[in-house]
Design a protein around this ligand. Structure first.
Ligand SMILES: Nc1ncnc2c1ncn2[C@@H]1O[C@H](COP(=O)(O)OP(=O)(O)O)[C@@H](O)[C@H]1O
Ligand SMILES: [Mg+2]
Length: 276
């Protein structure tokens, strides 16, 4: 269980986060939904201490986080991060990229020499299986498509065997079809490993499709925290105060396209049955 209590973050006079309180249960898949500038990245960065909160505390399994070297080490061990740009090492093989996720546990000498214990290689191979990338284990990272690279990014984070996964707009640079594949692997593999996920998204339709719980963030404040089914038009207007926001329009368009595709499939199946 991770509890975020009264978290605030200011940059000069600008309050990027205001009094955010949330608790995340083990294995839960939570989507943080909000427009650009809402404070989504700041929230994740405060949790893993890439940014220093101005106020509030984070309690991990009952123990408040202190900024000691020991707490920071535990944090780095237990919290994995997935970025929009997956930051793979281009020249290295896919397997070696995933093994990077094991390096925290490895002596510096061995990791420098890229000598990985057999147990770590086994973990890395299993993580590649979880995102269906085993067949590319020996390929160079830069030979993969964007969606495949992000799946390897997920495998690398899984290899760390974290308790929490923070994903900051993991599909922002991918097309809609690939985005849904990547989000499916992220959700499924974290469920298998009972890892809690906080996933930032700005796309309403993906949030509703994949989130078990939606946290709506607007101008640094939580304006909704609940089931996807409770996200009404009113909630959307609270999260996106400008309804002409391109994210709202994009989502509406993608939903319409998917419904149309589903309808066409049903009609085609009915026509085929009629012919049979
Ligand atoms: N390092 C920084 N210095 C100053 N302002 C920042 C910094 N990081 C973020 N901000 C500001 O904080 C607000 C929230 O940013 P961010 O967390 O990146 O939002 P989101 O990820 O939802 O797009 C924005 O107004 C942004 O300009
Ligand atoms: Mg962001």
């Amino acid at each position: 269980m991770i509890e975020i209590r009264g978290l605030a973050k200011s940059y000069g006079a600008h309050q990027a986060l205001k009094d955010v309180t949330l608790s995340i249960r083990p294995g839960e898949f939570v989507v943080v939904l909000g427009p650009s500038g809402a404070g989504k990245s700041t929230l994740l960065r405060c949790i893993n201490r890439l940014a220093q909160p101005t106020a509030g505390e984070i309690v991990v399994e009952g123990t408040p986080f202190r900024s000691s070297a020991r707490d920071l080490r535990l944090l780095r061990r237990n919290v994995a991060m997935i970025f929009q740009q997956h930051n793979l090492v281009k020249r290295l093989s896919v397997l070696k990229n995933v093994l990077v996720g094991r390096m925290a546990d490895l002596s510096p000498v061995l990791s420098c020499l890229q000598l990985f214990p057999e147990a770590d290689v086994k973990i890395a191979r299993h993580c590649l299986e979880q995102v269906a990338m085993s067949h590319k284990a020996d390929s160079r990272a830069d030979a993969l498509s964007g969606g495949e690279q992000q799946r390897v990014g997920i495998a690398r984070a899984l290899a760390q065997q974290p308790k929490f996964m923070l994903a900051d707009e993991p599909v922002a640079s991918l097309d809609p079809k690939t985005s849904r594949i990547v989000l499916s692997y992220l959700k499924q593999s974290c469920k298998e490993s009972n890892i809690a996920v906080l996933c930032n998204l700005h796309q309403i339709d993906y949030a509703l499709e994949f989130g078990e719980r939606i946290v709506g963030l607007s101008a640094g404040e939580v304006v909704y925290d609940g089931a996807p089914a409770g996200v009404s038009g009113d909630v959307i207007r609270r999260i996106y105060p400008g309804l002409d926001d391109p994210n709202v329009l994009d989502a509406a368009q993608r939903l319409t396209e998917r419904r149309r595709a589903a309808a066409e499939a049903v009609i085609a199946a009915a026509a085929a049955e009629g012919r049979a």
